[in-house]
Design a protein around this ligand. Structure first.
Ligand code: ZN
Length: 152
């Protein structure tokens, strides 16, 4: 058993996002819109000791199962994360996040004149140009987007 399991309580149904890159936990919360307003229990652990990374952040969300869009977002912000889906106290699915070549809908283009920011309600499509530095490119207007500078 990992030390981290001892510190935060087990959940019945929900998602455990583990091995979040150190310092990215709060950003993940924002990006996934995990704010506790729905009344579900959320446990956040920052700077946990970890064998795999030096330190890691971890988030447990009761009563919510992450969708594919969430997993893609996670891949962009915290690529070392693992997503554990828990049902009835049992681990039913473990996903490693991986960065797709294309990210749809999640990020808005930073170009105000881009068609995706017009009234036409066109969903954004971003090509991942560089998986290390996380540079995305809008498919409509070719504007480059630096994910590390995005405010959620
Ligand atoms: Zn654009």
């Amino acid at each position: 058993m990992e030390q981290s399991d001892l510190i935060v309580r087990r959940i019945k149904d929900g998602t455990v996002i583990d091995h979040i890159n150190e310092g990215k936990g709060l950003q993940v919360l924002q990006a996934l819109d995990i704010d506790g307003r729905r009344g579900n229990v959320i446990t956040i652990a920052l700077n946990m000791p970890s064998g795999k990374l030096k330190k890691k952040d971890m988030i447990k969300v009761e009563g919510r199962f992450l969708e594919d869009d969430d997993t893609n977002k996670l891949a962009v912000i915290a690529p070392s994360s693992t997503v554990n889906i828990i049902k009835d106290y049992k681990l039913v699915e473990k996903r490693r996040v991986s960065l797709p070549n294309e990210i749809d809908r999640i990020f808005r283009c930073s170009n105000p004149d881009c068609v995706t920011n017009s009234n036409e309600r066109i969903e954004s499509i971003m090509d991942v140009m560089d998986k290390e530095t996380l540079i995305l490119k809008c498919r409509y207007c070719s504007r480059l987007l630096d994910v590390s500078k995005i405010k959620y």
